[in-house]
Design a binder for this molecule. Structure first.
Ligand SMILES: Nc1ccn([C@@H]2O[C@H](COP(=O)(O)O)[C@@H](O)[C@H]2O)c(=O)n1
Length: 282
C-alpha cells in the first residue's frame, strides 16, 4: 500500500514534503559494513543513500501537531547543498495548502532534536529577515537539546545553527525526562543521537505508534546495534533502541519514520519480520 495519509485510532497522520537529501551510506550505518546494509537500503554510485525529511502532521483532539519541520527553503549554501546531497527543497507550505492549511494553523510543533535537517523549516525568509514559520505554535524541545542548540560544542556547531533558534526562542517550551503534550501523545528523552534527543509515543483507540526519530531513522535501522556514525552517544542509542523497539514490538506498535525514503509506517513481529507496511507515495 502506498499512502501519505494514515489513520490510527482517532489520530490522522499526513506526511508533508519536507525535502530530500542524500547522505553518505557509511555515516548512516556507522560500523555496519556495506555488504550488510546494502541488502536493506538503496544507495547510489557515490555511496549516498536517499533520506527524506518529511514532517508528520497529526490531527488529534482538534489540534494540528507537526512532528519535525523539514529542510526549509533556500536555507543551504551551494557548498552545503553539495555536502548534504540536497536534491529536493521543502514543499511544506504547498503540502499544508493541499490540506487547506497554512503554517499559522499549526498549534504545536514537536522537535525530536534540533539538527539542521529537522529544524531548518522552523524559520523562513520574510522581507530579508528570518522569522518563525509557525508563528502561533508552541514548540516542544527537550531541555538538554535546547541548551546545546544555543551553546553547541566543537562537533555539534556544524548542525545546531543560531539562525534556527533565535527567531523561535519565545515559542519554545522545554521538558526534562518526559511530558504529555496532549492525551495519548507523549515525548520521551532518550539521548543517543544527540544529548537531548527524544522520541514520540502516540496511543489512540488501542493503536500504539512509536516515532523513534533518529535513533531509528529508517526501517533498515531496526537492529538495535545499527546506529549512525552521526550519533554523539552511540551506546546510549543502542540501549534506548533495545528498550523501546522490543517493548513496542511486544505491544504490536506501529513505527513511523521522518527520513525513510521507502516506508512511512511499519509493523514487525517478534521475530523482526515485516508484517505490515505503508510505502512512501512519490
Ligand atoms: N554531530 C552532527 C550530527 C549531524 N550532523 C549533520 O546533520 C545531518 C544528519 O543529521 P540527522 O539529525 O538527520 O542525523 C548530516 O548532514 C550531518 O552532516 C553534523 O554535522 N554533526
Amino acid at each position: 500500500m502506498k499512502l501519505n495519509e494514515w489513520k490510527a485510532g482517532e489520530f490522522e497522520l499526513t506526511w508533508l514534503k519536507g525535502g530530500l537529501t542524500q547522505l553518505d551510506g557509511g555515516a548512516m550505518f556507522g560500523v555496519v559494513p556495506k555488504p550488510l546494509w546494502s541488502k536493506r537500503y538503496p544507495s547510489n554510485e557515490l555511496n549516498q543513500v536517499p533520506l527524506r525529511a518529511d514532517p508528520i502532521l497529526v490531527f488529534a483532539h482538534g489540534k494540528r501537531i507537526l512532528i519535525e519541520s523539514g529542510m526549509g527553503n533556500d536555507r543551504l549554501t551551494d557548498k552545503q547543498k553539495r555536502n548534504f546531497g540536497l536534491v529536493e527543497e521543502s514543499q511544506l507550505v504547498e503540502s499544508l495548502a493541499s490540506k487547506g492549511l497554512t503554517p499559522d494553523d499549526i498549534d504545536i510543533v514537536i522537535m525530536t532534536h534540533m539538527h539542521y535537517d529537522h529544524a531548518n523549516g522552523l524559520v523562513s525568509a520574510k522581507d530579508g529577515q528570518l522569522v518563525s514559520t509557525f508563528s502561533k505554535a508552541v514548540i516542544y524541545v527537550q531541555e538538554l537539546e535546547w541548551a546545546e542548540m544555543r551553546e553547541p560544542n566543537i562537533r555539534s556547531r556544524n548542525t545546531y545553527w543560531e539562525e534556527n533558534w533565535r527567531p523561535i526562542e519565545h515559542q519554545v517550551q522545554t521538558y526534562a525526562e518526559s511530558m504529555e503534550v496532549l492525551p495519548g501523545i507523549s515525548l520521551h528523552h532518550t539521548g543517543g543521537h544527540s544529548h537531548g534527543h527524544a522520541i514520540v509515543r502516540m496511543e489512540s483507540g488501542g493503536q500504539l505508534i512509536l516515532h523513534m526519530a533518529d535513533i531509528m531513522p529508517t526501517h533498515a535501522h531496526q537492529n538495535s546495534l545499527w546506529v549512525m556514525a552521526y550519533d554523539d552517544y552511540p551506546m546510549t542509542s543502542i540501549f534506548a533502541k533495545e528498550e523501546w523497539i522490543k517493548e513496542g514490538i511486544r505491544q504490536g506498535a506501529w513505527f513511523t519514520f521522518y527520513h525513510d525514503a521507502l516506508y512511512r509506517v511499519v509493523k514487525w513481529n517478534e521475530a523482526g519480520e515485516l508484517m505490515e507496511h505503508i510505502e512512501v507515495e512519490k
